[in-house]
Ligand binder design. Structure first.
Ligand code: ADP
Ligand code: ASP
Ligand code: MG
Length: 423
């Protein structure tokens, strides 16, 4: 029997009862003869509460201190989980990300893992322990400061450890039974997917399906680590994410894998940009130098009479303020008129490898949105995805309309959400 990495999300360890329930599950895996490494998230909404607290003290907290604060959440749950396992008569040791050998770059609040040296984890396992690792954190290679990997980053910790330890599988335990054709909190008739390719899962995750973080899927694809997403509240088989379906997962690749939505982004419009070479470069250089990732971009045709154009782009709401500040600083150098900020937007994406060979998909997608009376503000596409930006208020309705239009509604049980607040 091989080594298994299991990751338990915040909703699975929301309270003492949850921690005891998860401890029992981990012990059962160990009793089956596996070596077990567990990655654990902060309890319930602890991370959000810590962020709220920091904002009350300082509107833009220093990155280093912010990371120090946030990593405390995972340290609470790792220690409690190790205690609960010991209470069941099994040996367990907890480790911070740094102790577990998770080495990152030094970009606070969204560090990237650059190496994993899990020597202490190996030793703990060899001595018969269950190893519990605090998710979502590491230590920077150069400054040796504590870093965090960005929201949802425990998923990445789990896959990175699975790769470094050559695990058989990385199990991601959450509050739903797997990856569904849409968020079960929004679409009650969403269907559980038995198997999905890395490629489609990557697009779903990048488009806002937060059941898996996209960096985690990227990592799993690079090292070919199969992921099993399942519920910690039920004994059901979940969703396998891998290159090729195996055994019982032998299913046809669907034309459409699912519908994703995201309301965590905002839109900035740079108004009155001179229509000449170098302007877009200057705008996006200013944003990139502040380490801000942008998503969609549109540039309008310039009005011939003025020679001015508008450029809009979307970015995470959490970085909106920083982006505005950076652009204001560069305003006279770039020469635009003004900035508009809009955080009442939402994005809906349709994902599926079958899009490459089914030309009608785009037209059907737009038809479904228009039938639902949803106005489209921005559009972007890739080979296997179409995304649109709409008003935030329209998002849930639009997701349901598209899900139905593409025949994804299940006619059996409603999708179960076992816990969590959806925050
Ligand atoms: P955890 O705390 O376990 O990391 P998350 O809240 O990060 O859990 O992710 C699980 C949530 O992801 C679900 O409760 C669900 O609302 C949401 N979700 C969004 N899209 C999907 C999808 N396509 N399939 C399943 N869950 C999804
Ligand atoms: N606790 C962190 C968060 O809420 C990391 C995680 O749960 O993956 O984002
Ligand atoms: Mg998560």
């Amino acid at each position: 029997m091989g080594l298994v990495v299991q990751k338990y999300g915040g909703s699975s360890v929301a309270d003492a009862e949850g921690i005891k329930r998860v401890a029992k599950r981990i012990v059962d895996t160990k009793k089956d003869g596996h070596q077990v490494v567990v990655v654990v998230s902060a309890m319930g909404d602890t991370t959000d509460e810590l962020i709220d607290l920091a904002e009350q003290v300082s509107p833009i907290p220093a990155g280093r201190e912010f990371d120090m604060l946030l990593t405390a959440g995972e340290r609470i749950s790792m220690a409690l989980l190790a205690m609960a396992i010991k209470n069941l008569g099994h040996e367990a040791q907890s480790f911070t990300g740094s102790q577990a050998g998770v080495i990152t770059d030094s970009v606070h609040n969204k560090a990237r893992i650059i190496d994993v040296t899990p020597g202490r984890i190996r030793t703990a396992l060899d001595e018969g322990n269950i190893a519990i690792v605090a998710g979502f954190q590491g230590v920077s290679q150069d400054k040796k400061d504590i870093t965090t990997l960005g929201r949802g980053g425990s998923d990445t910790t789990a896959v990175a450890l699975a790769a470094a330890l050559d695990a058989e599988v990385c199990e991601i335990y959450t509050d739903v039974d797997g990856v569904f054709t849409a968020d079960p909190r929004v679409v009650k008739k969403a269907k559980k997917i038995d198997w999905i390719s890395f490629e489609d899962m990557l697009e779903l995750a990048a488009s806002g399906s937060k059941v898996l973080l996209h960096r985690c899927v990227e990592y799993a694809r690079r090292y070919n680590i199969p992921i099993h997403v399942r519920s910690s509240f039920s004994g059901l088989q979940g969703t396998w994410v891998s290159n090729e379906p195996q055994g019982a997962q032998k299913v046809e690749q669907a034309i459409i894998s699912g519908v994703a939505h995201d309301t965590s982004e905002a839109k900035i419009t740079v108004v009155g940009v001179p229509d000449k070479p170098g302007e877009a470069a200057a705008i996006f250089r200013a944003v990139a130098d502040a380490e801000i990732n942008i998503d969609m971009i549109v540039q309008n045709v310039s009005a011939a009479s003025t020679g001015l154009t508008d450029i809009s782009f979307t970015l995470p709401k959490a970085e909106g303020r920083k982006a505005i500040d950076e652009l204001e600083k560069a305003k006279s150098a770039i020469g635009f008129d003004s900035l508009r900020y809009d955080d009442q937007i939402g994005k809906i994406s349709l994902v599926g490898a079958g899009m490459k060979t089914n030309p009608g998909v785009t037209a059907d997608f737009f038809k479904a949105l228009s039938d639902a009376g949803v106005n489209i503000e921005l559009i972007s596409t890739s080979e296997i995805r179409i995304s649109v930006v709409t008003r935030a208020d329209d998002v849930n309705e639009a997701v349901r309309a598209v899900h139905t239009a593409f025949g994804l509604d299940s006619d059996s049980d409603e999708a179960v959400v076992y816990g969590g607040t959806g925050r």
